[in-house]
Design a protein around this ligand. Structure first.
Ligand code: TYD
Length: 217
């Protein structure tokens, strides 16, 4: 089973994914945690370039193809083999990040983006996409705080330094994507405390597992 997590910067994805993975592990599953950009060897090298793209003057298109190169390799090297081995893949960002950030955010053509996403992934879509939704000002406050704690203000702070308006467009983009594909997306209220956010995610995961006859104990 393939689950992706989406949301604006600071929506709390990484904390929630970690907590969810622990729970799944206790229930006898073997979750695999991964992320984009940076979930494979190639992505590991690309991540610092991508996170500094704006300050280093990388064009929107160059940035796009680096995200897609990372995705193509990530699907082949990490995601497909894990799915084949029967693992539950928990992926922090996937194709919808490109549609939300490069499409809605940067104004690139959505049809082109869908086509290159499909080329990069061979058409592999998540079984479930959890959209962690919260007001932009809450997300940015969390992201800036996290960067400060991690000392990553310069190297990883580029998106977090973007204007509130950019992130609002991205957030609305995500909500539009969720409305278009309501059978794949579940919208999670990420403004709630972490424990509560995890419970909402668990209930969505349980629903999909139950549909497949593999409910959690
Ligand atoms: P990251 O530090 O992973 O952010 P977060 O912890 O909030 O997920 O940074 C990834 C950044 O890259 C994030 O701002 C979104 C952006 N991004 C895109 O613009 N397009 C993409 O296709 C992907 C995967 C990420």
């Amino acid at each position: 089973m393939f689950i992706s997590f989406e949301g604006i910067d600071g929506s709390g994805k990484s904390t929630v994914i970690r907590m969810l993975a622990e729970y799944l592990q206790h229930s006898g599953y073997k979750p695999l945690l991964t992320r984009e950009p940076g979930g494979c060897t190639l992505g590991h090298s690309l991540r610092p370039i991508l996170l500094n793209a704006r300050t280093s003057g990388l064009s929107c298109r160059a940035e796009l193809y680096l995200f897609l190169a990372d995705r193509a390799q990530h699907v082949r090297e990490v995601i497909r083999p894990a799915l084949k081995a029967g693992q539950i893949v928990l992926c922090d960002r996937y194709t919808d990040s490109t549609l939300a950030y490069q499409g809605y955010g940067r104004g690139l053509n959505p049809e082109h983006l869908r086509r290159i996403n499909e080329m990069a992934t061979g058409g592999l879509l998540p079984d479930l996409t959890l959209l962690l939704n919260l007001p932009v000002h809450c997300g940015l406050t969390r992201a800036v705080q996290r960067n400060r704690e991690e000392g990553t203000v310069l190297s990883e702070g580029r998106f977090d330094a973007e204007s509130q308006a950019f992130h609002e467009v991205v957030r609305q983009g995500y909500l539009a994507l969720a409305a278009e594909e309501s059978s794949r997306f579940v919208i999670i209220d990420a403004a709630r405390p972490a424990g509560d956010v995890v419970l909402q995610c668990l209930s969505a995961v349980e629903n999909v597992l139950r549909q497949r006859g593999k409910g959690l104990d």
